[in-house]
Design a protein around this ligand. Sequence first.
Ligand SMILES: Nc1ncnc2c1ncn2[C@@H]1O[C@H](COP(=O)(O)OP(=O)(O)O)[C@@H](O)[C@H]1O
Ligand SMILES: [Mg+2]
Length: 314
Amino acid sequence: MSDVAIELRNVQKSFVKGQPVLKRVSLQINRGEMVALIGASGSGKSTLIRAVSGLLRTDADENGRSGTVQILGTVMQANGRVSRDAKQLRSRVGIVFQQFNLVPRLSVLKNVCFGFLGRVPGWRGTLGRFTRREKQQALLALRRVGIEEQALKRGAALSGGQQQRAAIARSLVQGSEILIADEPIASLDPSSARRVMDILADLNKSDGITVLVSLHQVEYALGYCPRTIALRDGEVVYDGPSDALTPAFLSELYGAESEELFLPGLEPTKAGGHSRPRHEAHGTARPAIRVIGTRSHRLPSEYPDGQAAPAGGN
Ligand SMILES: Nc1ncnc2c1ncn2[C@@H]1O[C@H](COP(=O)(O)OP(=O)(O)O)[C@@H](O)[C@H]1O
Ligand SMILES: [Mg+2]
């Protein structure tokens, strides 16, 4: 069994010929890692995630250097072609997006049961017929993410944070070995964001699920992910310990967006890194760095530290 969960070699993607938005990206993520993907808007995070998930075909090779995406030791796509194994591979990868994760008019339970689709006969899935056992498993998954009591509500009735948690439950039911999340907390308030990140961290630690999560909010990358990969204009410009990211690098990385980059309480250390409060427990820490982009995030500082969110809440 390969120890490598995700491997990209020379992956290039252009939407307009001659203007690649991913430029010869190579990286390797091992099983069991929890890795943050950061970068300014438009740097290629979503494109990279879609390429990894096999949802987007990358460019065919022109220079004899084949662009390859491998998942769990098997080729997902190579040289502009999605592999025959892609469908089977995709069932081992759970994906959570920023929004639109649930079918709004269907129950949360049924939405989670869709995680079984790769395994049940097509007609049953199409008709949305799931067995009692499958529903019980879906309920267990909802309990795991703390929203069991929302099971019979319609997807649309859930808050943003609850919808993300339901999407994570769906990938649990799917049996995902890798969980890829594209800005899963970008539209959430801080306490919901922490809950979602806590769940991802728990699945990583307790179940050994490999997590790749793109984050606009750098503070969460620093707080939750030991390793960060940073993209700028489609290129990997940093890949290493999150600890070693410096404020100077981050403000350069975020370019124009860093006009709104707040770096309170960050003192450069002798090692050239920076000191920041170590998180003692997930979810209660007050991160030291905030990147506020053009989006309307509410900031952690608007909440008292460690404030408990309502049960089954956001
Ligand atoms: N479907 C598409 N067609 C054309 N250009 C696209 C498409 N998707 C993304 N892009 C462009 O690719 C670049 C990277 O976008 P994206 O991967 O969405 O960045 P990020 O997720 O980091 O904000 C941007 O310049 C964006 O405009
Ligand atoms: Mg994006």
